[in-house]
Design a protein around this ligand. Structure first.
Ligand code: TTJ
Length: 656
């Protein structure tokens, strides 16, 4: 692809200066559109933080994927160039260069300057990536300091440059060529993306891999050329599409599938306005992972496709269980949770008129999709299970075991409730509660160990800060079923103190504290407690993380004293920086644990909102979090060692 589009600007004698001229009505509309985008970028790309920055790449790549879905492009190259400049290339037909009689503009100029219907703002519905080329390209252009597009259409090369969305020259015709394809190079505008314009390779890698899975057969290559001594390249091409996705997810989770083949179903409606495909495989863990997509957009808030899948699967599995005597007449139906225990599934639907709901547009609203999926599962799952009795046996053994465990859990929970009801629903004895009941200001510190708990109680502001000391090792919830959560004497105080319940009963309106802060030593033991608590929150109180209530306290590692003066360092680097500014004799104390700090020091360094720093846990990537916990807390030793070795420098700042 290098030679196809690598055109030298000088050859085409382009003047890169802005010419003042009369504006037509169309051009005024274009200018107003671009101004609107620059004035309220969040309306178009969600945010001007890192997510919005990376969204620019997705909008451009989507257009190449459209060209590939149309059957004309087989390879897409995404490169991060030095200076965080992005280059995207495809080997499609090339954006049409003909001048449109009505507008007097070429499609290339229209694609990059005219705000299109669709998208979060225009046309009401979210951009449908299936077949609408260039819908978002004008937004990327408006938010780029500059953008250049090169097109080869099998006859000539063409070139055009823009700055903050403004044409610096009309589309210029260059040399003859037999090649075809489109190349876009752009630099995000630092005036818009003030937080950062630095791309994260891993973020792009995760998204491009996902797009390759969702569009089976498309070859996407990601390259990072920012550091010439360490060029990174990743290639994604999955002929198996979402079947390969499920295989990949189960491998990453370091769990064992309980049946070899990935189960796969696909169908479309009579009007051909909606198509659905489902891939699924059960593994030996207790957790479910269901990813759903609509028009390649990850619907993290689910919607009609996910509901239809869950309802359809539960119905047909119970029908099969009764038909083949897996359940006795008198047995209750298997619950959806029982049926989905250990299930990894990917649901991908393509709809012509997608309706996205909710604040983040991450929930699918099309009702026709629900019935389409349910109908498909009713027909195809029954046939599949009858034709694959071994797989059916493995799946039902697990589902029935889960039902039994759930029954035991219910009994355990009820007995705990009866017991606490008898004793009055009191809060855990070890909890030093705060006076305020206003959860917009209250915080609870979950502290490892009694000594640190003592210092925390002494140092805290009791008006709004509660302390819950934990003792000993936490139960590893990754390897436990629900029944061992209820009544567990280490987790129960946490559940009772937070007050919002767990699992399907988790209700944040009952949460007693606005901030849930894990405070543990910076050593391996502290790391273990942190990870165990995060696993517990992730598996049984996920909304707590999703709504941003969970934090990790950052106690200092060093106290540097010179005479009466002292400073705290929170990392080795900070320690060295401080030492470099102090001459003469200093004393450096390395804190082995929280218990070595007295109450005043703990307050000053770790609890005082004016001076503390804390890590807020964000669930950026559900796939990655699921992988992290299942590897870190799962049974398999090998993947854990490998994960910690490759991520050790990050693992203490586990930001899931
Ligand atoms: C996407 O990533 C590769 C470099 O260029 C970007 C792009 O917009 N590619 C693209 C658009 N390829 N083909 C088109 C396209 C094709 C047709 C037939 C019509 C339109 C409007 C765009």
């Amino acid at each position: 692809m290098e030679d196809i589009l690598n055109m030298d600007i000088e050859k085409t004698g382009i003047e890169n200066t802005k010419v003042e001229k009369e504006y037509t009505a169309d051009e005024i509309q274009v200018l107003e559109g671009l101004e609107a985008v620059r004035k309220r970028p969040g309306m178009y790309i969600g945010s001007t933080g890192p997510r919005g920055l990376h969204h620019l790449v997705y909008e451009i790549v989507d257009n190449a994927i459209d060209e590939a879905l149309a059957g004309y492009c087989s390879k897409i190259e995404v490169t991060i160039l030095p200076g965080d400049i992005i280059r995207v290339r495809d080997n499609g037909r090339g954006i049409p260069v003909g001048i449109n009689a009505k507008t007097g503009l070429s499609a290339v100029t229209v694609v990059f300057t005219v705000l299109h219907a669709g998208g979060k703002f225009g046309g009401g519905s979210y951009k449908v990536s299936g077949g609408l080329h260039g819908v978002g390209a004008s937004v990327v252009n408006a938010l780029s300091e500059w953008l250049e597009v090169r097109v080869c259409n099998g006859e000539n090369e063409y070139f055009q440059r823009f700055e903050r969305g403004h044409e610096m020259c009309p589309l210029k015709k260059g040399e003859a060529t037999t090649k075809t394809g489109t190349e876009v190079i752009f630099k995000a505008d630092a005036e818009i993306f003030q937080e950062t314009t630095e791309y994260e390779f891993k973020v792009l890698e995760t998204r491009l891999r996902e797009q390759a899975f969702l569009n089976g057969g498309i070859h996407i290559e990601l390259t990072d050329e920012r550091n010439p001594d360490e060029i990174k390249v990743k290639n994604f091409k999955y002929e198996g599409g979402i079947k390969s996705y499920v295989e990949y997810l189960n491998k990453k989770k370091a769990v064992e599938p309980i049946h070899e083949d990935i189960i796969y179903f696909a169908t479309s409606n009579a009007e051909d306005t909606a198509s659905v495909e489902v891939a699924m495989q059960y593994n030996d863990s207790y957790n479910e992972l269901i990813l759903s997509f609509a028009n390649n957009i990850h619907t993290t808030d689910g919607g009609t496709h996910e509901d239809g899948f869950k309802r359809g699967l539960t119905r047909v599995m119970n029908e099969y269980a009764r038909k083949f005597n897996k359940l006795k007449e008198s047995d209750q139906n298997l619950s959806g949770e029982d049926i989905r225990e250990g299930l990894t599934a990917v649901i991908s639907v393509k709809v012509k008129e997608a309706q996205f709901e909710g604040q983040t547009k991450a929930k699918l609203g099309n009702t026709e999709v629900r019935s389409l999926i349910e109908k498909m599962l009713n027909e195809k799952v029954m046939i599949f299970l009858e034709e694959n009795p071994k797989i059916a046996k493995a799946i039902f053994e697990k589902a029935i075991a889960s039902a039994k465990a759930r029954e035991a859990a219910r009994k355990a929970r009820d007995s705990v409730r009866r017991k606490s009801a008898l004793e009055g629903a009191k809060l855990p004895g070890k909890l030093a509660d705060c006076q305020s009941k206003d959860m917009t200001e209250t915080e609870i510190y979950i502290v490892e160990g009694d000594s640190a708990g003592g210092s925390a109680k002494g140092g805290r502001d009791r008006r709004y800060q509660a302390i819950l000391p934990l003792w000993g090792k936490m139960l590893n919830v990754e390897k436990a079923r629900a029944e061992s959560i209820y009544g567990n004497d280490k987790l129960n105080p946490v559940i009772t103190a937070l007050g919002c319940g767990i699992g399907e009963e988790c209700d944040l309106s009952k949460l007693r504290y606005g901030k849930v802060i894990i405070m543990a030593d910076a050593d391996v033991d502290g790391q273990h407690i942190r990870t165990l608590l995060l696993t517990f929150f992730y598996r049984y109180m996920r909304p707590l993380i999703e709504e941003g209530h969970v934090y990790i306290a950052q106690p200092p590692l060093y106290r540097i004293t010179k005479g009466k003066e002292h400073k705290y360092a929170y990392s080795d680097m900070e320690r060295d920086q401080i030492l470099a500014t102090i001459d003469g004799k200093t004393d450096v104390q390395r804190y082995k644990g929280l218990g070595e700090m007295d109450s005043d020091q703990l307050w000053e360094t770790t609890m005082n909102p004016e001076t503390r720093t804390m890590l807020r846990i964000e669930l950026n990537d559900i796939v990655e979090a699921d992988e992290t916990f299942s590897i870190l807390m799962g049974d398999k030793v090998e993947p854990r060692r490998e994960f910690i070795e490759t991520n050790a420098k990050f693992v203490q700042n586990l930001d899931v």
